[in-house]
Design a binder for this molecule. Structure first.
Ligand code: PEP
Length: 249
């Protein structure tokens, strides 16, 4: 049985006090769904978040990491550093990292390999741009994004992979893929993975949807067969909204 997961990507928001406030808010709201809850605060707040989340069922993810073990990479954070403060999950391939910071598939492959070498779980983001969808090339684009960065892995490694389909045109725009568009892409991706690795890997793979998920649309999106959860940006910055999305399962 694959896991349901709702993860909040806080991006570059919040200092220490606001982080503690938001976590206190999350802890006060009853979780009524069986989805795993993950939050990804900025690097500077990960350790205090780790302390604040002890004895809760909320876990942490980093928003990024460097592809090297260690060394002269001023300003960067390694997988080992994250592990040393109790962070075992990392988001890789977010469209903002790809578009703004120029992370290409070669770099992402290195990051994937380094995360796995450190026994981390990866929430791997991918998704087409609007022009790809308008040309009817969205399946092809997404298929390549996954194949080029993940198909060198063996079946065992896929136990550490969570996929997050995030159509670029829906991120932070208020525009959401329709539940049918999400289902169509998730089922396409699961079929591709099945073709490559077989039914066991594909059936156990959690595929999250991300792109302007809100309390008002979460339930309908999550009701789709191949949607196993969400990666939430803007709506993860308010405890009530985020937990309403979690509880939409
Ligand atoms: C994201 O950036 O991963 C995301 C899904 O953002 P938003 O929910 O704000 O569209």
């Amino acid at each position: 049985m694959r896991k349901k997961i709702v993860a909040g990507n806080w991006k570059m928001n919040f200092g220490l006090d606001e982080t503690q406030d938001l976590i206190s808010g999350l802890k006060k709201i009853n979780k009524t769904s069986d989805a795993e809850v993950v939050i990804a605060p900025p690097f500077t707040n990960l350790f205090s978040a780790f302390e604040a989340l002890k004895n809760t069922n909320i876990s942490l993810a980093a928003q990024n990491m460097h592809e090297s073990e260690k060394g002269a990479f001023t300003g960067e954070i390694s997988a080992g550093m994250l592990k040393s403060i109790g962070v075992n999950t990392v988001i890789l391939g977010h469209s903002e990292r790809r578009a703004i910071f120029g992370e290409d598939e070669n770099l992402l492959t290195e990051k994937v390999n380094m995360a796995l070498k450190n026994d981390m779980r990866i929430i791997y983001c991918f998704g087409e741009e609007l022009k790809d969808r308008n040309y009817g090339e969205h399946h092809e684009v997404v298929g390549k994004q996954i194949a080029n960065t993940l198909y060198h892995l063996d079946a065992e490694a896929w136990k550490h992979i969570v996929l997050a389909y995030e159509p670029v045109w829906a991120i932070g725009t208020g525009e959401t893929a329709t539940p049918d568009q999400a289902q169509d892409m998730h089922s396409f991706v699961r079929k591709e993975v099945k073709h490559e690795y077989g039914a066991e890997v594909a059936d156990n793979l959690s595929i999250l949807y991300g792109g302007s998920v809100k309390p008002a649309n979460a339930n309908e999106i999550f009701s789709k067969e191949d949607v196993d959860g969400g990666l939430i940006g803007g709506a993860s910055l308010k405890a009530e909204d985020f937990m309403a999305i979690v509880n939409a399962f």
